[in-house]
Design a protein around this ligand. Structure first.
Ligand SMILES: [Zn+2]
Length: 448
């Protein structure tokens, strides 16, 4: 029998553990001492600096003072687990803790954890900032929590047995850890000021974890899988009248808990992927580095990210009104359908709000500041062009003024045409019936 005492402070549980101003923007340094029986161990965010024998089988473990951090990221564990350690190439101590019986299954996670951590140090151009990173697997834990320096996960999400665990599950193990480790920089070092921007924290972690995986195991095609697992999932959910905007004001613990949903994780991640496409990979990455550098140990709201990315776009010689674009994707729910049709020798594009059920009655909980029109980064190719490698220079903008866009002299002849290449944009594309039919049978013959 293993006994484990562990915390889970997010979002508003720290106040139940000790008196505090339990809001993410009120950061503090924490001085932690944990008391335990001698046969147990204790863990917290920082490294233990002193272990004091109190007699009668009791020990007090003193921890180094934390950097400035939010209450929700504080963590304590007391248990009798054992650990395996690796030192990453950049000299970070990475330790994995589990029950004695499960430690043999953590060889993969300890190896990949170190590699992911090093990847993020390079991607964000900011070295890991704590004296160690612990990862502990707790049986029956509800999920994963990115406590700074002490990630707590469900034990199962760390287990990998060669020749026994499926490749699919190995991917899940890698993804879960990549998600949690990304929070070290985006969430912990720089934190969102309030729970209304939870989507920024979780949507970002969801997407960037796939970018990390693409670096670690590119043969899994994680960035292609993201389209199936997140973009499509978010399009399905957000096509309902009962959806909600990515950014929603929240004011009490119940409302905060409700924001941990498909919109925050999957639509949030999908629109950040779209933004990466709009800016180009290098500008996106350098803009993130700028934000992290400027806000380390501090706070951000989504507008700070838009400003950092706009500044970077100006420096890189392709200025973009990031806020003007992204507000249309975050401040109103749902998303558009672009209708793409042949007109003379060209193609006409028009946008309208997509709803799965066009007759659904809007409960009126949310109103749109843009009358359900979006700034849409449109891309396309045709049967003649067959160019599926698009970048930011290929974008045709459809504005929130809702005006149709006409593309003159498109090389498509009588063949098919297709929009939203690789589904970088968070929208659907619809066509006249004959174009749907071309794409299925490669001829203009309609079914009888
Ligand atoms: Zn997360």
């Amino acid at each position: 029998m293993n006994y484990v005492a562990q915390t889970h402070m997010q979002p508003t549980h720290a106040r139940k553990v000790f008196p505090c101003f339990d809001e993410p923007a009120i950061k503090a340094r924490f001085n932690v001492t944990l008391f335990r029986k001698k046969h147990m161990i204790s863990l917290s965010n920082m490294k233990q600096i002193l272990s004091q024998d109190l007699g009668k089988d009791w020990v007090a473990d003193h921890y180094a003072v934390t950097p400035l951090m939010s209450t929700q990221l504080l963590a304590f564990v007391v248990c009798d687990f054992i650990s395996k350690e690796v030192i990453t190439p950049t000299n970070v101590l990475f330790r994995v803790w589990t029950r004695r019986e499960a430690i043999d299954q953590t060889t993969y996670v300890s190896d990949v954890g170190g590699r992911v951590l090093t990847f993020y140090e390079e991607y964000f151009n900011y070295p890991f900032m704590l004296p160690k990173q612990d990862l502990i697997g707790v049986p029956d834990y509800i999920g994963s929590m990115e406590n700074w320096g002490l990630i707590i996960q469900r034990e199962e999400a760390m287990s990998y047995v060669p020749l026994e665990t499926s490749e699919y599950f190995k991917e899940y193990v890698t993804l879960t850890l990549s998600h949690e480790l990304s929070h070290v920089w985006f969430g912990n070092l720089v934190s969102t000021s309030w729970w209304d921007d939870l989507w920024l924290n979780e949507g970002f972690a969801n997407y960037i974890a796939h970018v990390a995986m693409d670096f670690i195991v590119p043969s899994w095609l994680p960035l292609d899988n993201f389209v199936i697992k997140s973009v499509q999932r978010a399009l399905a959910f957000d096509g309902l009248i009962s959806s909600h905007p990515v950014y929603v004001p929240v004011s009490n613990p119940e409302e905060i808990s409700q924001t941990f949903d498909t919109i925050s994780y999957h639509k949030g991640g999908s629109i950040l992927r779209m933004l990466q496409f709009i800016l180009g990979d290098a500008t996106f990455q350098k803009g993130l580095q700028r934000l992290i550098r400027n806000r380390a140990y501090g706070l951000m709201v989504h507008d700070d990210l838009w400003v950092a990315l706009r500044t970077q776009s100006i420096i890189d010689g392709k200025p973009l009104d990031v806020k003007g674009i992204m507000d249309t994707w975050t401040l109103q729910m749902n998303y558009p359908t672009v209708f793409m049709e042949r007109k003379g020798h060209g193609i006409r594009l028009s946008q309208s709000r997509y709803l799965l059920d066009k007759t659904a009655t809007d409960p009126g909980t949310y109103t749109s500041p843009f009358e359900y029109k979006w700034e849409i980064p449109f891309t396309y190719t045709t049967q003649k062009m067959k160019d599926f490698n698009k970048n930011e220079a290929d974008i045709i903008w459809m504005g929130k003024d809702g005006r149709d866009v006409f593309l003159p002299r498109v090389k498509c002849g009588n063949g098919w045409f297709i929009g939203n290449i690789k589904q970088y944009g968070f929208y659907r594309v619809n066509y006249p019936e004959d174009n749907w039919y071309y794409s299925i049978v490669g001829t203009s013959m309609k079914r009888s």
